[in-house]
Design a protein around this ligand. Structure first.
Ligand SMILES: Nc1ncnc2c1ncn2[C@@H]1O[C@H](COP(=O)(O)OP(=O)(O)OP(=O)(O)O)[C@@H](O)[C@H]1O
Ligand SMILES: [Mg+2]
Length: 163
């Protein structure tokens, strides 16, 4: 397992990190986002969509009520938010597997709720609060496809892995 850690000092920096990743995400990528309310998950997703579907990026908001919003583009992005799913609701019954293993990029807020539905090969992006507007963003690769993406991101940022 390898990981990259980045400190973001503003919403713009978080969005820019999303854009950097969006440029290199191949179809079929899966991003499991983690972190408390207001951590920057939606902001980061907006950055991804700004590269795959620039005209739609301004519309990216937490799809809290819709559970999923899709952004057709160079690669379709499916943005999920499972926050409002109550404990007993079974994600498996919602029929999203075809997206999870499909031809688009899946970006999932509150991905903890997926449990065993989480694809084996995925990137985890964790958002931790530091002081004021600073966030510590840790991107971890699980699986060979995700490791290749992370290597490419590290190369672009000229950054070393920390794990
Ligand atoms: N460095 C930063 N990166 C991202 N957002 C930041 C940062 N500093 C401050 N913010 C603010 O934090 C909030 C992040 O909101 P965002 O909707 O992206 O969070 P979220 O993780 O999606 O939350 P939720 O779980 O409620 O959907 C915004 O109001 C943004 O302006
Ligand atoms: Mg959100």
């Amino acid at each position: 397992m390898s990981a990259l850690q980045i400190v973001s000092c503003s919403p713009l920096e978080t969005e820019e990190l999303g854009s950097q990743l969006g440029l290199i995400l191949p179809a079929g990528s899966f991003l499991a986002l983690r972190g408390d309310l207001g951590g920057g998950k939606t902001c980061f997703t907006r950055g991804i969509v700004s590269t795959t579907a620039p005209v739609s990026a301004h519309m990216v908001a937490s799809p809290t009520y819709a559970i999923m919003n899709s952004y057709p583009g160079t690669v379709p992005v499916y943005h999920f938010d499972f926050y409002r799913l109550s404990g007993d609701d079974d994600v498996a019954e919602l029929g999203f597997e075809e997206y999870f293993y499909g031809k688009g990029v899946c970006v999932v807020e509150w991905s903890e709720r997926l449990k065993e539905l989480l694809p084996a090969d995925h990137l985890t992006v964790a958002f931790d609060f530091l002081e004021d507007d600073r966030r510590c963003i840790t991107i971890t690769a699980c699986g060979p496809a995700s490791t290749r993406i992370l290597e490419q991101l590290a190369e672009q940022r000229r950054q070393e892995y920390f794990l």
